[in-house]
Design a protein around this ligand. Structure first.
Ligand code: SF4
Length: 319
């Protein structure tokens, strides 16, 4: 059974100008011990999906339709009180921007300890201290650094501390929202290696959100490509990277350099993502698509299986 099964999730933001259709008809599954990569340009709805899973949407954000079935239970109808039991213990999140996510006036060890105590109030202070030390060790930080403040940590260490915090209550699923953003490439690679190791060692299920396909290719078994609030291609990572079917996925892959492949000129996808207050009719990618046909402007394509088993794509080219 899947740890998480998201079915037709639709999350919109209510604004004075109307509904921003940030995520619509989102469907995917995460199996135990599996990593799913959620990829796409900024503003495509990836983070909205992440925040919906934990029901921590900003003001105006509303789940209008769909199910989020976590370990057999639909989270959508749960109250705030019931959701508190799921957050961190069931599903935890690693936010982007480690400096903003840590409180600058508390020691790092105390912040991790607080995460443990909040969800397990009966645990003794000495046990908390021991668990904090173990968690810091797990993420590659010397336990004595628990007494440091966030500003005494490097960017990579702060990100590691956030990962330790996300693991504090032994969650079954970790959502990592652009965990390497704002770090230099070497530290970014170290953080991703750590995430991969933790996933293998602890048997964690993971959702990794990134605009960088190379990060997802290295870490995830499954991929969902999002464009303008919709999943446009979904399936096994090897199948999608070897045989991308949606013109948007093809464009994304061409926009990243290959270290081993022949030297080719990098190409970008022309145009801008649409305004989600008023997305284009038919296929939302049609204003930017090099293969656009008449039907694309009228009829929204459905996600359907093409090629390998479980590889789905929403594009009229395959009908
Ligand atoms: Fe391009 Fe049409 Fe396919 Fe959309 S449905 S990606 S516009 S070919």
């Amino acid at each position: 059974m899947a740890v998480l099964s998201v079915e037709e999730l639709t999350t919109n933001y209510r604004t004075l100008r109307g509904w921003v259709r940030a995520a619509e008809g989102i469907t995917f599954q995460v199996a135990p011990g599996e990593a799913l990569g959620l990829a796409g340009e900024s503003g495509c709805g990836k983070s909205t999906v992440a925040l919906s899973l934990l029901k921590i949407l900003p003001a105006g954000g509303i789940i209008r339709k769909g199910k989020i079935v976590f370990q057999g239970q639909d989270l959508v109808p749960l109250s705030e009180h019931e959701m508190r039991k799921i957050r961190w213990k069931g599903i935890s999140i690693i936010f982007q921007g480690a400096m903003n996510a840590l409180n600058p006036v508390f020691k790092v060890g105390d912040q991790i300890g607080e995460a443990i105590k909040t969800h397990d109030p009966k645990v003794s202070n000495s046990d908390v201290k021991e668990r904090v030390s173990k968690l810091l060790e797990t993420v590659g930080i010397e336990p004595s650094r628990a007494n440091n403040y966030p500003h005494e940590f490097s960017g990579g260490m702060r990100q590691r501390a956030l990962i330790a915090m996300a693991l504090a209550s032994d969650p079954s699923l970790v959502v990592a929202d652009e965990p390497g953003t704002a770090l230099d490439v070497i530290v970014q690679a170290q953080i991703l290696r750590l995430m991969r190791d933790l996933k293998d060692k602890l048997g964690l299920s993971m959702i990794l959100i990134s605009h960088d396909l190379s990060i997802i290719a290295e870490t995830c078994e499954k991929v969902a490509i999002m464009y303008a609030g919709r999943i446009v291609e979904y399936g096994n990572a090897v199948s999608i990277f070897k045989d991308p079917k949606h013109p948007y996925t093809q464009g994304l892959i061409k926009a990243f350099p290959s270290i081993n492949g022949p030297r080719v000129r990098m190409t970008s996808i022309p145009g801008q993502p649409p305004d989600l207050l008023n997305p284009p009719s038919g296929c939302r990618f049609n204003p930017r698509c090099p293969y656009v046909m008449d039907v694309c402007k009228r009829v929204e394509p459905m996600l359907e299986e093409h090629g390998e088993r479980g590889h789905t794509v929403s594009c009229h080219l395959y009908h």
